[in-house]
Design a protein around this ligand. Structure first.
Ligand code: IPM
Ligand code: MG
Length: 370
C-alpha cells in the first residue's frame, strides 16, 4: 500500500531513542494492519544533533519538519551538555522547532488511569476521575521576549533580565484553541495569569474575556491567578476541565498536573499551529517526560507517554479517532493486567522492561484488531 502520511521522527537524547523504538513497532503494526500507512523519516535533534553536527537542530532537519505532516519528538538534554554554549544547548532544538513551525498551542493532558491510582502521591479519592487538559501558550512570553540578557552595571554589579510579552493576537489565538477544546470536552475553561501583578496578565484577562463574550458564551469561563491554580491543582484537581495559560506558568503547572497522575512516564502532549486553508496544521507530538539520563540505555523507561503521543498524532493531525482510541485502549488494557514499568510499579504488579511493555501493547493491539 502506498504511504499516505509523512512523519518526521526525532528521538533525541536519553530515553528518547529507546521509547521511540516501541513507537516504531506500533507504526509498523499500523502499516501492516490498518488502512493508514506512514512514510517515516528519522533524524537527530538536541544533544545527538549537537554531537554530530555542532548544532541542536540543523536547517535541513528544520526544513524536513516543515514539510512533514507531523513531527514525533522524543526528549532532549543530558548532563554532558551542561557546559555547551547556551545557544547550542539541546533544549534550543526543541524551542526552535516550536518557534519556527509557529506551534503556539501546547496541549498537555493529565489523566488518572484507574489501574494506576495507587501510583500517585496524592490520595486516591483526590485524583480518581482526573481528566484535565492544560493548553500552554508555547511561542511567546518570557521564553522568547526581548530584551533579555546579562549586563554589567556602571557600579560593576551584573544584572540578568528577561521580558514577558504578549500581544492581543497571541493571547487570542491560544485562547480560541482552548475554548474550542473545552467545547468538545466538558465546556469549562480556566484562564490563568497573574493580572494582580503583571501588565501582560491584565491584557491576557481582557482579551480572553472579550473573546468569550464574542464567540464562546456557551463555555463557562473562570479566571484564576497562577499561584492559586497551583494550589487548586493539588487540592481538588478534578474541578478542572481545560486550563489555558502562558508559556512559563504552563511549563510549571503542567509538571505539577503531570505528577498528580503518578507518573510523568504516562503523559503525552501535542503542540499545534494554526490550520491553513486546507485544514492542515503543523504539529509536534512529544512525551511530557524529559530525557531521564539516569535511566537511559537500561531498557527501563516507560514507553507509554510516547505511544500516547502517537495516539494524539493520529487524532489531531489526521482525524483518525478510531485508530487513536485503539492505541489508548491497548494501553489501558495492558495496565489493567498488572504489567508495569519501574516508574509505575505497585504492589502485586509485574515489573517489565521497555521492550516487554512494547511487546504487551502490540499483543493487545493484535487482539483488539482481530
Ligand atoms: C517542557 C520543557 C521545556 C520547556 C525545556 C526542555 C526547554 O521543560 O517542554 O516543558 O521549558 O518548555
Ligand atoms: Mg517543562
Amino acid at each position: 500500500m502506498a504511504a499516505n502520511k509523512s512523519l518526521l521522527i526525532l528521538p533525541g537524547d536519553g530515553i528518547g531513542p529507546e521509547v521511540m523504538v516501541q513507537v516504531r513497532r506500533v507504526i509498523d503494526w499500523f502499516d501492516r494492519r490498518r488502512a493508514v500507512t506512514f512514510e517515516v523519516e528519522e533524524d537527530l535533534v538536541g544533544g545527538a544533533a549537537y554531537d554530530a553536527h555542532g548544532v541542536p537542530l540543523t536547517d535541513e532537519t528544520l526544513a524536513t519538519a516543515m514539510a512533514s505532516d507531523a513531527v514525533l519528538f522524543g526528549a532532549v538534554g543530558g548532563p554532558q551538555y551542561d557546559d555547551a554554549p547556551r545557544a547550542m544547548r539541546p533544549e534550543v532544538g526543541l524551542l526552535r522547532l516550536r518557534k519556527e513551525l509557529d506551534l503556539f498551542a501546547n496541549l498537555r493532558p493529565a489523566i488518572a488511569f484507574d489501574a494506576l491510582l495507587d501510583a500517585s502521591t496524592l490520595k486516591e479519592e483526590v485524583i480518581r476521575g482526573l481528566d484535565l487538559l492544560i493548553v500552554r501558550e508555547s511561542t511567546g512570553g518570557v521564553y522568547f521576549g526581548e530584551p533579555r540578557g546579562i549586563e554589567t552595571l556602571p557600579d560593576g554589579h551584573r544584572r540578568g533580565f528577561d521580558t514577558q510579552t504578549y500581544t492581543d493576537e497571541e493571547i487570542r489565538r491560544v485562547a480560541a484553541a482552548a475554548f474550542d477544546l473545552a467545547r468538545q470536552r466538558r465546556g469549562h475553561l480556566t484562564s490563568v495569569e497573574k493580572a494582580n501583578v503583571m501588565e501582560s496578565g491584565v491584557l491576557w484577562r481582557e482579551v480572553v474575556t472579550e473573546l468569550h463574550k464574542e464567540s464562546y458564551s456557551d463555555v463557562t469561563l473562570e479566571h484564576m491567578y497562577a499561584d492559586n491554580c497551583a494550589m487548586q491543582l493539588v487540592r481538588q484537581p478534578t474541578r478542572f476541565d481545560v486550563i489555558v495559560t502562558d508559556n512559563l506558568f504552563g511549563d510549571i503547572l503542567s509538571d505539577c498536573a503531570a505528577m498528580l497522575t503518578g507518573s510523568l512516564g504516562m503523559l503525552p502532549s501535542a503542540t499545534l499551529g494554526a490550520a491553513d486553508a486546507t485544514g492542515r496544521r503543523r504539529a509536534l507530538y512529544e512525551p511530557v517526560h524529559g530525557s531521564a539520563p539516569d535511566i537511559a540505555g537500561k531498557d527501563m523507561a516507560n514507553p507509554i507517554a510516547c505511544l500516547l503521543s502517537f495516539a494524539m498524532l493520529l487524532r489531531y493531525s489526521f482525524g483518525l479517532e478510531d485508530d487513536a482510541a485503539l492505541v489508548e485502549g491497548a494501553v489501558r488494557h495492558v495496565l489493567k493486567t498488572g504489567v508495569r514499568t519501574a516508574d509505575i510499579m505497585g504492589p502485586g504488579a509485574a515489573r517489565v522492561s521497555t521492550t516487554v511493555m512494547g511487546d504487551a501493547i502490540l499483543r493487545e493491539l493484535d487482539k483488539q484488531a482481530a
